[in-house]
Design a protein around this ligand. Structure first.
Ligand SMILES: Cc1cc2nc3c(=O)[nH]c(=O)nc-3n(C[C@H](O)[C@H](O)[C@H](O)COP(=O)(O)OP(=O)(O)OC[C@H]3O[C@@H](n4cnc5c(N)ncnc54)[C@H](O)[C@@H]3O)c2cc1C
Ligand SMILES: NC(=O)c1ccc[n+]([C@@H]2O[C@H](COP(=O)([O-])OP(=O)(O)OC[C@H]3O[C@@H](n4cnc5c(N)ncnc54)[C@H](O)[C@@H]3O)[C@@H](O)[C@H]2O)c1
Length: 458
């Protein structure tokens, strides 16, 4: 018997489990593949290791007088990527689980009843809670010939050790644009197939346009406003037939058309839930449809904010809630306590690590009559010094009734680190009249904050 059983040892499960253990509870952390989850081995970490060298080379080229080579060397880049992914060996992560006082359990977990999880022939009972952090799996379109064409998913795109001569990418979301650029800069001829006018449909339009320009500058062909109709593979080539009849021929095809919650085989039917969908939770992480207060979930499996940092935040909330409830401590339902993932509704930051980068938090545009957008070029002394011909743009969204920021989008080289200031302003509900006194350093790119507030009228 454990106090808590956590299903899934990805970044979110690890955080939920560690917070519950910190609260004095005994915790079993069940993982069927690798401790560290998708993020460590086939997502955030290796993808950024593949993108960073291209971004560094492009940045160096934009500073006159810096001697640089003309192309990347894939060999050392793959070596760094492999080491960033711990050579796909999770021994260190499992040791961390033990060192944190938790019990690692290897195997595929199924819920087999109230407060009961079965792993192989081992039945784990949970005195206080079961937490599902099983993450997500790729969503693949039902296209004729696709399965037989052996397409890449994000796993192959982040772990491949050879550069394909030609790469077709289906889907213009974050995986699609990041991997299109990474492989184009490593030497592939890339064709990106997207449904809409521009990639990154979930972001401000000017962000998708800027990333499309960046991709084209790297030689990527973008087929917009279209879809794949069928796929076939023959003689080592993959052929993608588009809706308008055009044919894209490549050596590999990456399917990057989104992800779905990993709930298909969890045994949810044994507790009256439908397998396959997200586990809807309240802000404390409690699964809404299950009575008795014993089933929690966090991370990609909830469908709330499928990002590592946001899932880890939800995991910390869940771990703290369970520990507090187990100790008989009152858990207030108010927002903005450490027992509520309130930021999910107001301030989810995300960075697309392309060149240019996109960094956004909160609303991407005005949603209510009281909202006002202020949008200007990122053109200050700091950006001029940062790169020759620097091109960037910023939009903030202000709630004029409350005089607070509710959204910000930055686009340009090296804007990733700028978004946290906006996150703090949104979460802290800092009145713009007070934000005016947060004086940005000269000559840094953050001086754009001053220009934004001036454009707003301060
Ligand atoms: C290519 C790519 C790049 C990304 N880059 C970023 C990025 O830069 N920044 C960012 O914030 N997000 C990024 N993401 C998203 C990020 O990877 C996810 O949001 C994050 O991994 C979610 O963490 P999780 O713990 O919920 O799920 P996962 O990381 O998927 O972990 C779930 C774990 O549960 C295990 N599991 C599942 N079912 C069971 C079971 N029944 N029994 C036992 N174990 C089970 C799995 O093996 C897995 O280890 C990226 C995603 C992709 C695909
Ligand atoms: N830097 C980061 O934060 C980062 C990087 C990569 C992935 N992620 C996260 O991982 C998750 C998965 O990313 P993703 O890019 O696979 O999903 P996504 O949902 O961001 O994008 C999928 C895209 O594919 C398109 N699409 C769907 N079906 C299609 C079809 N049949 N033909 C053509 N296009 C189709 C959709 O319109 C959408 O634009 C997301 O939650 C994403 O935020 C984050």
């Amino acid at each position: 018997m454990f106090d808590v059983v956590v299903i899934g040892g990805g970044p979110v499960g690890e955080n939920a489990a560690a917070r519950a253990a910190r609260g004095g509870l005994s915790v079993a952390l069940v993982e069927h593949e690798r401790y560290g989850g998708e993020c460590s081995y086939w997502a955030c970490m290796p993808s950024k290791a593949l993108l960073r060298p291209g971004n560094a080379l492009a940045a160096a080229r934009r500073v006159p007088g810096v001697p640089v080579g003309d192309r990347l060397e894939p060999g050392p880049i793959f070596k760094t990527r492999d080491s960033v992914a711990a050579n796909w060996d999770d021994g260190g992560q499992e040791q961390w689980v033990r060192d944190t006082g938790m019990t690692p359990v290897r195997g595929f977990a199924k819920i087999t009843g109230e407060r009961e999880v079965t792993v192989g022939d081992r039945v784990l009972k949970a005195e206080h809670a079961v937490v599902v952090c099983s993450g997500s799996v790729p969503r693949t379109p039902d296209l004729p010939g696709l399965a037989d064409a052996r397409p890449w998913t994000s796993r192959e795109a982040t772990s491949a050790g050879a550069v394909p001569g030609r790469l077709a990418v289906l889907g213009g979301g974050v995986v699609g644009v990041e991997m299109a650029q990474a492989w184009a800069r490593l030497g592939s001829r890339v064709e990106l197939i997207i449904r809409g006018e521009r990639p990154l449909p979930g972001f401000a339009g000017f962000a998708g346009d800027a990333v499309a320009d960046g991709l084209r500058a790297d030689g990527v062909t973008i087929h917009q406003r279209t879809e794949a109709r069928s796929v076939s593979r023959s003689d080592g080539e993959v052929h993608v037939e588009l809706a308008d009849g055009r044919l894209v021929t490549a050596d590999e095809l990456l399917v990057a058309t989104g992800r779905r919650p990993a709930t298909g085989d969890l045994g949810l039917d044994t507790i009256g839930l439908t397998p396959g969908g997200p586990l809807e939770v309240d802000d404390s992480g409690l699964v809404k449809a299950v009575p008795g207060g014993w089933l929690y979930a966090a991370g990609d499996v909830t469908g709330r904010a499928p990002l590592t940092h946001q899932g880890k935040y939800a995991g910390r909330v869940v771990g703290d809630v369970i520990a507090a409830r187990a100790a008989g401590t009152d858990v207030p339902e108010r927002p903005w306590t450490r027992f509520a993932a309130t930021a999910d509704h107001h301030a989810v930051p995300q960075v697309v690590f392309t060149d240019p980068e996109v960094a956004s938090v909160g609303l991407t545009g005005a949603r209510e009559p009281a909202h006002r957008e202020v949008e200007i070029d990122l053109a200050v002394a700091g950006s001029t010094l940062h790169a020759d011909g620097y091109r960037g743009r910023v939009r903030i969204v202000v709630d004029t009734e409350r005089d607070v920021l509710v959204g910000a989008t930055f686009v340009g080289q090296d804007v990733a680190e700028m978004v946290h200031a906006a996150t703090i302003a949104i979460v802290g509900e800092v009145p713009l009249a007070r934000l005016w006194h947060a004086v940005p350093v000269f000559p840094s790119m953050n001086e754009v904050w001053l220009r934004l507030l001036e454009a707003y009228g301060l």
